[in-house]
Design a protein. Structure first.
Ligand SMILES: C[S@@+](CC[C@H](N)C(=O)[O-])C[C@H]1O[C@@H](n2cnc3c(N)ncnc32)[C@H](O)[C@@H]1O
Length: 284
């Protein structure tokens, strides 16, 4: 029995290493990892900016989104935000982004699509402080809060955006109910995230039973894999820079968890162990 349990544990660890993504790890990381990461990255050690915590994204043929020179280093993560928003006519609307991270997507969408207002909410207080200092645009603000308990009145927003974060929320169904509550009638939920193959049925059931109507749903594994490839060198440089005080082996595990070519998530997206999906929903 003891041997079996131990073998089980070893197999599970191997799987986590192979895949990179693990739900329990992601929840712990949301609580402790992101705040620590922001503190390390927000200037104390100087150096490179880390404005996007999500993956790169590229279509075939290449999207070729026109970018300012200053945005060019973040082309692939920007293209994911662009894809989510481009058909949604954000101009003049009130937008909420839940889990806005270090605010790179919020800043790009605000400058490019000119909504009336943009609120970025995140659980990570250090990330919110960083965003307030780094992204100073009229109509945009950042608040600390929990995706499962949104601190806004009913019907406050025309659009809610959520990109690669919901897998760390302990109560995903409650998050969806909160999105439906804060959206206005006719409002849009622009959503993308990943799940393990074995989680997909429950994920789908939660999406289909929430108080929102599905307008479209796409599996975007190839686009994310392409994004990982294109973004890989920059991501590895960032990891090497920020984690230079850690042993090489630990840095390579960090790469595995952070979406680089040949990393755990990359391989799992290619072999179907992970599913990355883009949904558009509306409040009828
Ligand atoms: C992978 S990052 C993605 C951030 C951003 N969407 C991007 O692409 O750069 C996930 C984010 O989710 C946030 N997060 C995790 N759990 C949360 C919760 N319960 N409520 C709000 N934000 C949460 C984390 O702090 C982190 O900023």
């Amino acid at each position: 029995m003891i041997t079996l349990a131990r073998t089980d544990r070893i197999e599970r660890m191997k799987l986590i290493q192979r895949i990179g993504y693990h739900p329990t790890f992601e929840r712990l990381y949301a609580k402790y990892g992101y705040p620590m990461m922001t503190r390390v990255m927000s200037g104390k050690l100087g150096g490179m900016e880390y404005l996007f915590l999500g993956p790169g994204y590229e279509e075939d043929p290449a999207m070729g989104v026109l970018l300012d020179e200053a945005d060019e280093p973040n082309r692939y993560p920007i293209q994911f935000y662009h894809r989510l928003a481009v058909d949604e006519h954000l101009a003049g609307k009130d937008i909420l982004e839940v889990s806005s991270g270090h605010g790179g997507g919020a800043s790009y969408l605000m400058r490019t699509f000119k909504p009336k207002s943009y609120v970025g909410l995140d659980l990570n207080p250090a990330g919110v402080t960083f965003c307030r200092q780094r992204h100073n645009l009229p109509g945009m603000r950042f608040v600390q809060g929990d995706a499962q308990d949104l601190p806004f009145p009913d019907g406050s927003f025309d659009v809610v955006i959520n990109l690669e974060a919901s897998h760390s929320y302990p109560d995903f169904a409650r998050f969806l109910a909160e999105v439906a509550r804060v959206l206005r009638t006719g409002g849009r939920f622009l959503y993308a995230d990943l799940r393990l193959r074995k989680e997909v049925d429950q994920w789908t059931a939660d999406m289909q039973s929430c108080p929102l109507q599905t307008l479209s749903r796409r599996v975007v594994n190839p686009e994310i894999v392409r994004g990982y490839e294109r973004n890989s060198q920059q991501r590895r440089e960032q990891i090497d820079h920020y984690m230079r005080f850690l042993p090489r082996r630990l840095r390579s595990s960090a790469a595995d968890f952070s979406g680089v070519e040949g990393g755990g998530n990359d391989l799992a997206l290619q072999n179907g162990e992970l599913s990355y999906q883009h949904w558009v929903m509306t409040k009828a």
